[in-house]
Ligand binder design. Structure first.
Ligand code: HEC
Length: 256
């Protein structure tokens, strides 16, 4: 038999909820991420092509030494404004693993249709080089982390001195925004690490902003098309609503 909850019962439930909510949030190591301005946020957002191209440069010169980007193709770079010839030239600077005529492993220059090459031949090799962790593949990393672009940006800028009394274990670095704070990735960015051809000043913040723009594009190459379609659908629905309303008035015109 179901028992009805009395007034007193409801009051106790309300008090319990009021007490529990703040305790629960206090308990977790709550980190608030600062929000950044991204060209691609909002329903009309698009990728800032210049920023994404600078971000490719940062990825290519820095991150690609440790992180793979296995699901992306070199031809995807056309989506951030590189011409087909530029993409061909970029791909040709890479050595892609293949087999020779006698079946022996060898390499050949890359093509636009090739996947991005990985820095390590396999996870074991990556682990051995990286203190026992595999640097995660960056193909969809932006989408896979809570906070997305804001988290990546904060992480790249989050290397600070540890608070007093905290000892950082060997082989790790203190990061304000990494869950648990001890990360095995050495601070990847520093000022003037890359030389931008468009004259932009390569500060750590700038490099981080650019590389996160690039990685967000790589993880969501269809985003702009998806948003354009969304806007069209909304416009269509507005027009349809108007049409249906006009029809309704017409049909009921003689009924008073
Ligand atoms: C020297 C090698 C190295 C370089 C260079 C490097 N990383 Fe990493 N990265 C790592 C390793 C190792 C991890 C795994 C860290 C861990 O789990 O403790 C990692 C983890 C990450 C993570 C995941 C953090 C999480 O929440 O799990 C992100 C995001 C990241 N790197 C972004 C970048 C970006 C962007 C660049 C280029 C600007 C870069 N990394 C350059 C080695 C590197």
């Amino acid at each position: 038999m179901m028992r009805r909850i009395t007034k007193k019962g409801w009051a106790m439930i309300a008090v319990a909820a009021l007490v529990a909510a703040p305790v629960a949030t206090f308990g977790a190591d709550e980190i608030t991420l600062p929000h950044q301005n991204w060209s691609f946020s909002g329903p009309f957002g698009t990728f800032d092509r210049a920023a994404a191209q600078r971000g490719w440069q940062v990825y290519n010169q820095v991150c690609a030494n440790c992180h793979s980007l296995q699901q992306a193709y070199y031809r995807d770079l056309e989506g951030i404004g590189f011409s087909p010839d530029q993409v061909k030239a970029i791909a040709a600077t890479k050595q892609v693993p293949t087999l020779d005529d006698s079946g022996q492993p060898t390499t050949r220059p890359g093509l636009p249709s090739d996947h991005f090459v990985s820095p390590f031949p396999n996870d074991e090799a990556a682990k051995a080089a990286m203190n026992g962790v595999v640097p995660p593949d960056q193909s969809v990393l932006v989408n896979a982390r809570a906070g997305g672009p804001d988290y990546l940006y904060a992480l790249l800028n989050g290397y600070v001195d540890p608070p007093k009394g905290v000892t950082v274990p060997e082989g790790t670095y203190y990061n304000e925004y990494f869950p648990g704070h001890f990360i095995k990735m050495p601070p990847p960015l520093s000022a003037d690490l890359v030389q931008y051809t468009d004259g932009t000043k390569p500060t750590v913040q700038q490099e981080a902003h650019d590389v996160v723009t690039f990685l967000t594009y790589i993880a969501n190459p269809e985003m702009e098309q998806r948003k354009r379609m969304g806007v069209k659908v909304i416009l269509f629905l507005i027009m349809l609503t108007g049409l249906v309303y006009a029809m309704k008035r017409q049909i009921w015109a003689n009924v008073h």
